[in-house]
Design a protein around this ligand. Sequence first.
Ligand code: ME8
Length: 541
Amino acid sequence: MQKKDTFFITTPIYYTNWVPHIGNSYSSIIADLIARYNKISGKKVKFSTWVDENSQKALNKACEQNMEIKPYLDMMALKHKEIWNWLKIEYTDFIRTTDEKHHNLVKEVLQKSFDNWDIYEWEYEGMYCVWCEAFKKDEDLVYLNKEKNVTFPISDKVKINENIIKVCPDHLKTPDKIKEKNYFFKLSKYENFLKEFYETHPDFIIPSDRFNEVKAFVSRWLEDFSISRETNKFWIKLPFDESQVTYVWYDALFNYLTVCQNWNEDFWPANLHVVGKDIIRFHGIYWPAMLKSAWYELPKQILTTGFFTINWQKISKSLWNAIDPVEFTKKYSKDLLTLYLLSSFNIWQDWDFDEKQAVLAYNAKLANNLWNLLNRVVVLSLKLSEKAWELFWEILTDKEEIVDLQKINNWLSKKVVLQEFEENMDKYDLKKSLEINFFTLDLLNDFITKSEPWQTIKQEEKTEETRQVLYIVAEWLRQVWLNLYTFFPEKITEMFEKLWLKNYKNILENWWFEELKNKVEIFKIIEKGNPLFERIEITKN
Ligand code: ME8
């Protein structure tokens, strides 16, 4: 089969003031499985990720640790790599924004925009939150009562004293006052362009609520934004004024283009940027304008994920309350994490991360539902015959004595399940995509319970009926596994093997998803083997 379209997907590049926490892992897990789904569906996939190194936060952190910046950044890049490898994030490309080829590209685009009269010099005075890497206006801040450790809006009438300070609401730190020469990007020039672009690309940002927020922001007032600083000799120098360096967002956003530089195939424009809601304005507004200014094509779509909290507190590298994804998956498993993150909440929703709920979801869906069904088929099949045993294909039509057979075959019309799964995957509704499969498993569980193969197996004259029930379940498991492979590739591969579906992983990774779905299979069960997805006991406390 010939590889057809290309698919280029990206994660945000993460700041290196800390190792990735569970929130960062969320974006990477989502991007990884969307990449895998496109790969098995026949596309040539490029998937880029990695680190955003040109940040004040990283400099502060290196300084805190008494380290030179370069060794510090090397160490952090390596730690990111280790974590993504541990979580089996199958990126094809990574980028460090200190790479020379990235510096060259950023200089090139800065020059293009400068030549296009989109970058100008201005003296800037303002408040800068290092942790957000952004200038803040008064209305962006909140009051913090240091004694009581509570915040309240600036609009509230309060008596100011030394215990009440203005802070960034996300980081609870006072922004620095900054007055210096800056270069600005003329975002205001692109207002009409952006409005028209949004109009003609109604799916540019998903979900639509976030898109509406972005559109509302653009229609209020677009301000030019600062793109350079005087400080720091380490970052990328502006090609037209070497006394200044660029800082977020030029050096960060153009990573997506740098990773496209090495390839013979042309992967730009990106098909999908996966970003958190915190950086949607930069991706949805600044980024298209910056690309347009430098004559590049615009990305096709941006998927915005919600944020989760831990004990209702914002997770943050600077507040030090994050869950370590490596520890968490060592304690449980990557599958448990993936299942919980994607099946319990819509990806665009905000929610609270709850370890106990994660275990409950795993027990209900993977251990009880998915594994139990396979286990039943395996055990019963082995009982049916002591020798190596095969379930052959039978056309199941008028076997009315099999309870609900008709119903199950109607509902489980392959077409419906396949279509629904694929439609939801194409919309990036990962929660629904998973639900369809677990619902199918629920129906199969009902079906097997009502058909009682453990009873019919005892009656010689019902051998054929038992075999057919088991065949239906095995075939439907196969269909569900083909869908779930995207989410849990390793365990599903092991499940395939249990039914003697050899080499499925290879076949899938070579773009035969559709072919496998339509194939008529012969199953063979020769041994019980190890359990997969075992129940986890919940300790009370
Ligand atoms: O913003 N819940 O990097 P960053 C869900 N370098 N997702 C979360 C999360 C949470 N609590 N916390 C973080 C940067 N994320 C820039 C990006 S891109 C050109 C530059 C995820 O290390 C979410 O995707 O702060 C968010 O956008 C990203 O991590 C921010 O990572």
